[in-house]
Ligand binder design. Sequence first.
Ligand code: DX5
Ligand code: ZN
Length: 231
Amino acid sequence: MPQNQPPTYRIAPSILSADFARLGDEIKAVIAGGADWIHFDVMDNHYVPNLTFGPMICQALKPHAKKADGTPVPVDVHLMVQPVDALAAAFADAGADLVSFHPEASGHVHRSVQAIKAKGCKAGLVFNPATPLDVLDWVIEDIDLILIMSVNPGFGGQSFIDSALRKIEQARKRIDASGKDIRLEVDGGIKTDNIARVAAAGADTFVAGSAIFGKPDYKAVIDAMRAELVK
Ligand code: DX5
Ligand code: ZN
C-alpha cells in the first residue's frame, strides 16, 4: 500500500464474545452491522488456558460469512494452539481465508507459513504483549498479516495493554520498509474510545469482541468505531 494513501480500515468482530447458541445468526447480524472480517479465536487449552472452536465449527459457519448480496466475508482464523501445522491445515480446508499463529508455538515458523500459503490462505504471525518482533527479520517477505496482541491471549473482555502501541509503531515501520501489502491487525481490549489511538500508531485492522457483541446494536458500535477512525 503506497505510504501516502490513507489506509483502508477493517473491523473484525471476534465471535468469542458472541452467543454460542446462535453463532450462525450472530455472524449474519454482525455482517449486516458492517463487519469486514469475522475473527475466529481458536484456543486449545494448552497454548492458552481456554478451549473454543474446532475446524468443524468453522466449516459449519463459513456459509453464514457472507453479505446479503452473497459476497463472502473473510474468515480470519487466530490460532492460539500448539503445535500449529495440523490445525492450520484443517482450518484452511474448513474455509479459513486467513490463518495466523504465534511464532513461539511452531518449531518451524517459515515452514508453517509456507504450508498455510500452499493451502491458498493468507498467512499471519501473532505477537503476544511481551514477544519481540525479531522473527519478522526473516519472514516478513512471506506473510500477509501481522497481528499484535494488546492483551494476553486466552479471554475476551480484558483491558488494552498500552505498551502495544509502541509495538504497533515498530511493526508499521517494518511493513513500510518492506514495501509489501501486509495488514496490521490489533487484538484485545479494542473499544470505540481507544480505536483512534491504535490507528494513529499504525494499525489498519481491528479485532473487537466484547465491545461489539456485548452491545444490543452491533451496527451502532461499528459505525461509532468508523466515525472515530475518520476523525
Ligand atoms: C483473546 C482473543 C481476542 C478476544 C478479543 O485471546 O484473541 O480476539 O476475543 O476480545 P475483546 O475485544 O473483548 O478484548
Ligand atoms: Zn483473537
